[in-house]
Design a protein. Structure first.
Length: 211
C-alpha cells in the first residue's frame, strides 16, 4: 500500500480480524460479494473497476440495472423500483451460483433501504456466497465537485448539483448499513489507494498480470 493510503487508515472504520474471517470468502470455497455503497459521486464505480482490474472481481454496478429499468419506467416509480430489485436479485444470485467473486455498487438510504439490502444479500448468501460491505463516504462538498464531471455522462448518472443536494437533504445517505462496515472517506484518496486499502482489509489476492 502506498504511504498516502497509510495516512488514511485513521479515517477508516471497519472490521476486526474475527469479523473479516466471518465475512470474507475469497480465501475459502465460498464466492465473495463486496457491496460497495455510498452517495452519488462517491467514486463507487471507479473503485469497483479498480477492484476488477487488480483482483479479478466482476463488476455489477447499479447502473447496469437502473439504466435498463429506465427504458420502461420513470425513475422513482414503483414499477421502476420493483424491476431494479428483480434484476439485481437475479444478478446477485447468478454470480453466487457460478461461484464468481463480484463487487456491486449501491446508493444506500438509511433506514428505508434496509429491507432491500437484506433481500439482495439473501440472494447471494442463499446461493452459497458471502457478503462484505464497504462504504465510500467523502463529504458533501466533494460530491458537489465530482457530480458535474464529464466522465459521469457515460451512464445515466446524476450530473446536477441541485438534484444531488435534493437527494442529500431528502435521505440519510451517510449512515452505514452496519456499524462494523469498512468505511472510507476518499475525499483525498486516489481510487488505486482505496482499492489497496479494501484489498488489504478483505485479504484479496492480486490478479496475475498477462505475460
Amino acid at each position: 500500500m502506498s504511504p498516502h493510503a497509510n495516512a488514511q487508515v485513521s479515517r477508516v472504520a471497519g472490521h476486526d480480524d474475527g469479523q473479516m474471517d466471518e465475512l470474507c470468502g475469497s480465501a475459502g470455497p465460498r464466492p465473495l460479494h463486496i457491496m460497495l455503497y455510498g452517495p452519488p459521486a462517491a467514486g463507487k464505480l471507479t473503485v469497483a473497476r479498480g477492484l476488477e482490474a487488480a483482483h479479478g472481481l466482476r463488476v455489477l454496478d447499479n447502473h447496469l440495472t437502473v439504466d435498463a429499468a429506465l427504458r420502461l419506467f420513470d425513475y422513482g416509480t414503483r414499477p421502476f423500483a420493483e424491476l431494479v430489485k428483480e434484476l439485481r436479485t437475479s444478478f446477485f444470485r447468478a454470480a453466487a451460483v457460478a461461484r464468481l467473486d463480484v463487487v456491486s455498487t449501491f446508493v444506500y438510504a438509511h433506514p428505508v433501504d434496509g429491507p432491500l439490502v437484506e433481500d439482495l444479500c439473501a440472494a447471494t448468501t442463499g446461493s452459497g456466497g458471502t457478503m462484505a460491505f464497504v462504504q465510500l463516504a467523502p463529504p458533501a462538498d466533494v460530491l458537489r465537485q465530482r457530480v458535474v464531471r464529464e466522465s459521469r455522462a457515460v451512464t445515466k448518472k446524476i450530473r446536477d448539483v441541485a438534484r444531488l443536494d435534493a437527494m442529500l437533504d431528502g435521505a440519510d445517505l451517510y449512515t452505514p448499513i452496519h456499524d462494523h462496515d469498512l468505511r472510507i472517506d476518499n475525499a483525498d484518496l486516489s481510487s488505486d489507494d482505496a482499492v489497496a486499502l479494501i484489498a488489504e482489509r478483505l485479504g484479496l489476492t492480486r490478479q496475475a498480470e498477462d505475460g
